[in-house]
Design a protein around this ligand. Structure first.
Ligand code: ADP
Ligand code: GLC
Length: 491
């Protein structure tokens, strides 16, 4: 099958969150299964700079101009390269609004959306549609387009208007982000007036990009079975639950895999000491090294908790802020936190760290290597997310023998097993999302930590799981086939 995979970020070229991890790994797994795949990304300035500097070191991947498309007078340059370290062919869509702008792909340095996001990502989708249709002067045509999140959603509407067009699959990585724009955007983008209806792209007086995927794609997926059910409810449906219920026959949940090479404690170049489940004692060396690196007291017997992520409400930070101070005051735990996001959260955690410099370390910013060292060094990884479509850090934790402690929701519920059965338990879950439930579960973790044998059994279970993309890639393949059938039937 010829698959065009459209995303707004992909590791290692550009990453703000889990979508990049998926777009960096799933294409590889699909190619391994024999498909011809092209990954389409925006040519962000940082991506071009990175690829150009790689070139100077005289090593692949090569970056070259592959073509030019004219979109109603807007010239778009297409670059061709490969995803570093892989065989995945990448096409980069270059318009000045991507390639001449530094910083975050979606927001200004002040944290507000770039004012022209409608035009930037609409143009990305138009270029992707031309590529998929084989009209960009490149001898390749897609059988199927797999679009991701609101940034890629409009391609589904564009292809629905075309004759003999590829089938489309749309994946929701996070339903909380809709890509909403004012009514004027309809004119700016030249959209057909009939699309301005609640059944199509109108959403409470705004233009919703994500609806283009949800309404027009042949098949819909999201990143865990539980989240697929949750988004059909008013509680977690973000106002789109009615639409998702109407399309429930087309919707499935496929749990994300992880890049088991990049996240392998036995061969992780970021770690002080590599380890695996037979040499778990070496995990303690990583704990010690991490405490030294972060300025925490060397206290091997104390439970070390970790958190990595975007500091936003979704991640359950209010629960942490309501629970951790008492644990710190009692001297029960140490904590390593890495993240950035909402200023109020950043300030709350740095403020708390000033009170407990030996027990709480807060690193603001984005640091891939430190993320690996935290995964390896801590005993328990905290993810009290209010909702979590899939979540990747808890899976990295499992692989590193770090027991995840999570709110039983979405993908967290589907990956972390908390039970009395010593053969299956691999972490801790709590529900509901309350301070009391979190506190009680932290207590349970503290108690279990006093029982090294039981703890190691959970670590062993965690590290024995198969988290590779192989199984999920096969599930996507099945969905692609269904999408092709749907398309044929409706042609
Ligand atoms: P989300 O996509 O909602 O942010 P995920 O758990 O799916 O959540 O993925 C987050 C990814 O981003 C993980 O790979 C995580 O390690 C990484 N990450 C998030 N914040 C940071 C940070 N400050 N430094 C390094 N890596 C981070
Ligand atoms: C989103 C979700 C996260 C998921 C990731 C990759 O950012 O918030 O839960 O793991 O996408 O699918």
């Amino acid at each position: 099958m010829n698959i065009l995979f459209l995303a707004s970020e992909a590791f290692p070229l550009i990453k703000t969150g889990g979508l990049a991890d998926v777009a960096g790994a799933l294409p590889r797994a699909l190619i391994k299964r024999g498909h011809s795949l092209r990954l389409v990304l925006p040519a962000y300035r940082s991506v071009l700079e990175r690829l150009r500097s790689d070139q100077r070191e005289d090593k692949p991947p090569a970056l070259k101009v592959r073509g030019q498309i004219d979109l109603d007078g807007t010239p778009v340059t297409l670059w061709q390269t490969r995803l570093p370290g892989t065989r995945v062919q990448v096409w980069l869509v270059d318009i000045p609004a991507f390639s001449e702008r530094a910083g975050n792909p979606y927001v200004t340095p002040e944290g507000v959306d770039w004012p022209d996001n409608d035009q930037r990502f609409y143009t990305l989708c138009r270029a992707a549609a031309e590529l998929a249709m084989g009209r960009a002067g490149i001898d390749w045509k897609a059988d199927l387009v797999h679009a991701n999140d609101w940034q890629g959603a409009m391609v589904c509407e564009m292809l629905a208007r075309e004759a003999a067009s590829p089938a489309t699959v749309f994946t929701v990585h996070n339903l909380a982000y809709h890509g909403l724009f004012d009514y004027q955007a309809m004119h700016r983008l030249g959209l057909a007036p009939w699309l301005w209806q609640p059944d199509f792209l109108e959403f409470y007086g705004q233009l919703s990009f994500i609806k283009a995927g949800l309404v027009f794609a042949q098949r819909l997926t999201t990143v865990s079975p539980s989240y697929a059910r949750e988004i059909q409810t008013p509680e977690l449906g973000c106002g789109l639950d009615g639409l998702l219920r109407a399309r429930r026959e087309a919707l499935s949940g496929i749990i994300n895999g992880i890049d088991v090479q990049a996240w392998n404690p036995a061969r992780d170049p970021c770690l002080a000491v590599p380890y695996d489940r037979r040499r778990l004692v070496r995990k303690a060396d990583n704990k010690r090294a991490l405490c030294t690196e972060l300025g925490l007291a060397d206290a091997p017997d104390k439970l070390l908790l970790g958190f990595i992520g975007r500091l936003v409400e979704q991640k359950g930070l209010d629960l942490l802020l309501a629970t951790l101070p008492e644990l710190l005051a009692r001297g029960d735990v140490q904590i390593a936190l890495l993240g950035s996001g909402v200023k109020a959260y950043e300030q709350a955690f740095t403020g708390l760290a000033q009170d407990y410099p030996q027990s709480l370390s807060v690193t603001l910013g984005y640091d891939e290597a430190l993320a690996h060292r935290i995964e390896a060094g801590v005993d328990v990884f905290l993810m009290p997310s209010l909702f979590e479509p899939c979540g990747l850090n808890q899976i990295y934790s499992l692989r590193y023998g770090t027991l995840p402690l999570v709110h039983a929701v979405g993908g967290l519920k589907d990956t972390v097993i908390d039970s009395d059965d010593p053969q299956t338990a691999n972490g801790f879950t709590f529900a509901p999302a309350s301070v009391e439930a979190l506190r009680a579960t932290l207590k349970r973790a503290l108690a279990l930590y006093q029982d090294p044998e039981a703890w190691q059994q959970r670590q062993w279970n965690a590290m024995s799981g198969d988290y590779s993309w192989d199984r999920s890639a096969a599930e996507y393949e099945r969905i692609y086939e269904l999408a092709l059938e749907d398309k044929k039937q409706n042609a």
